[in-house]
Design a binder for this molecule. Structure first.
Ligand SMILES: [Zn+2]
Length: 129
């Protein structure tokens, strides 16, 4: 947890709690994400994991803001949101999160609530002291 901001610590603990793998501030990106996060997908057409590049905007208090952030981020980074790891914006808590990715035979807009159980409870119990 060294070198992490308070909200990064909170997200790191949350990702661990829900069984997601993370790397903090990975190198090699035009704009360094807060995290690369990987999580298992059991769909036969998916590789075992999905990977997203998480950019945290603590000030994003609703999905509309997160979606606007994702549009700006895609332009700033200059690569498509459909490239893996998929660009993702996470807001003040993980219920405010948005990305797009292929999944199964299709894909589309995703949010963390689609991928982890008890999201609110797991967020509350991982609050750093
Ligand atoms: Zn999938």
């Amino acid at each position: 947890m060294a070198g992490m901001t308070h909200i990064e610590q909170h997200y790191a603990k949350f990702f661990t709690k829900v069984g997601w793998f993370y790397e903090h501030r990975p190198e090699g990106f035009k704009i360094t994400p807060n995290f690369i996060v990987e999580f298992l997908c059991q769909h036969s057409e998916c590789v075992p994991m999905h990977a997203i590049a998480v950019y945290i905007d603590e000030k994003a208090m609703d999905l509309k803001q997160a979606e606007a952030d994702l549009d700006h981020l895609e332009q700033a980074v200059g690569t498509s949101r459909y490239c893996t790891p998929n660009l993702a914006v996470f807001g003040a808590d993980p219920s405010i999160s948005v990305w797009e990715m292929p999944h199964g035979a299709g894909g589309g807009v995703e949010t963390a609530s689609n991928w982890c159980l008890d999201l609110h409870k797991n967020w509350v119990v991982t609050e750093p002291r």
